[in-house]
Design a protein around this ligand. Structure first.
Ligand code: 3HC
Length: 310
């Protein structure tokens, strides 16, 4: 490695400036960005399935229109992120193959089932809320295309969280049965939402290097704590109980103390042994194979247009 190039790379990172696609970068910096951005993109696309499950069964036209808009946004987020990954020299078809063959992952959270429409509200409130905590700092990531993709994603994510919370507030002002549906969904999604932030810092092999390269701006535990501190007052306002008996306000820390997630569950789900892993990949594989004719037709049309216009 040419010393001047390494020096320039390190100076740009230290000055909180951006590394752009044509800049020299260490192979390991490129590799960890491809790893994280691809996983992020896969998560957006797989994440359309749990909620998509309720599109045809939304309780009103308004709820259906909102959910349709959200699912469409997630597809767009996947597109921005695959495009950002491609600036690093990989191709989205290669990344899709790796996802389908299990060589690349997506967020554990999307391997849990959506049992009723209260789950749609809890996903918006907790899962998109956690996503906002994780994605806002990524707007200051050192890699230009990733940081810029995050700016647009974060704007749309706040709509996702607000519509979920409003849906739950409506149910909480409904019948006793509807309130029980919300509480049951919160009980099922709370701990998996905390696991979205990754393993504890002591068990996170990538965090130190990602922080040094200013890809990650906060550690997994810092963002998890920020999410808990943000969410507890919202749960109180909603009138639900978070399923953590150790949750208590810590005056001197100015934060909420909370219990330990079940890390063995996170490891199991990451390894493919969650409630819906097989189903999620099968649906993704079927969509890819059934959609091959669309890709071929678009490519044929593009070739014809090129011949016609030279
Ligand atoms: N699900 C799946 N894999 C996970 C995980 C999770 N919740 N948490 C950690 N992992 C994996 C990591 O990918 C890593 O494995 P790898 O080295 O093979 O990639 C391993 O477990 C160790 O974890 P680390 O903390 O060392 O890994 P990272 O430094 O990459 O941190 C992360 C994990 C915080 C998820 C980070 O990758 C990240 O911030 N990614 C970008 C954001 C993202 O992907 N969010 C997921 C939700 S998608 C979403 O929010 C969509 C919205 O619309 C709901």
């Amino acid at each position: 490695q040419v010393p001047e190039l390494v020096e320039r790379f390190e100076a740009v990172i230290a000055a909180e400036q951006r590394i752009e696609p044509r800049d020299w970068m260490p192979d390991a910096y490129r590799a960890t960005l491809v790893r994280q951005i691809a996983q992020h993109a896969h998560s957006e696309i797989i994440g359309m399935q749990p909620e998509g499950n309720w599109l045809t069964r939304a309780p009103s036209l308004r709820r259906k229109a909102i959910l349709l808009a959200k699912a469409q946004d997630e597809a767009g987020h996947g597109l921005y992120l695959y495009a950002a990954a491609e600036t690093l020299g990989v191709d989205r078809s290669e990344l899709t193959e790796k996802l389908i063959s299990g060589r690349q992952k997506y967020s554990s959270i999307f391997n849990y089932p959506t049992l009723n429409f209260a789950d749609v509200g809890v996903i918006g409130w907790l899962v998109d809320g956690a996503a906002i905590c994780n994605q806002v700092p990524l707007c200051r990531c050192s890699y230009g295309p990733y940081a810029r993709a995050m700016v647009r994603v974060c704007k749309e994510e706040s709509f996702h969280q607000r519509q979920g919370y409003e849906l739950l507030m409506t149910l909480m002002h409904g019948t006793e049965a509807q309130r029980a549906m919300v509480q049951d969904a919160v009980d099922r999604w709370w701990w998996p939402s905390l696991m979205m932030f990754g393993p504890p810092d002591g068990d996170s092999p990538n965090t130190a290097q990602s922080m040094a390269w200013r890809i990650k701006r906060h550690t997994n535990d810092e963002l998890r704590q920020r999410f808990v501190d943000m969410t507890v007052p919202q749960a109180e306002h909603l009138g639900v109980t978070l399923p953590d008996p150790e949750l208590r306000w810590n005056e001197e820390r100015g934060s909420w103390d909370f219990g330990e997630p079940d890390w063995s569950e996170l490891m199991r789900v990451i390894k493919g042994d969650g409630p819906c892993n097989t189903q999620r990949i099968e649906v993704r594989r079927a969509a890819h194979e059934d959609g091959a004719w669309v890709r071929e037709a678009a490519a044929a049309y593009a070739r014809k247009e090129k011949e016609r216009h030279g």
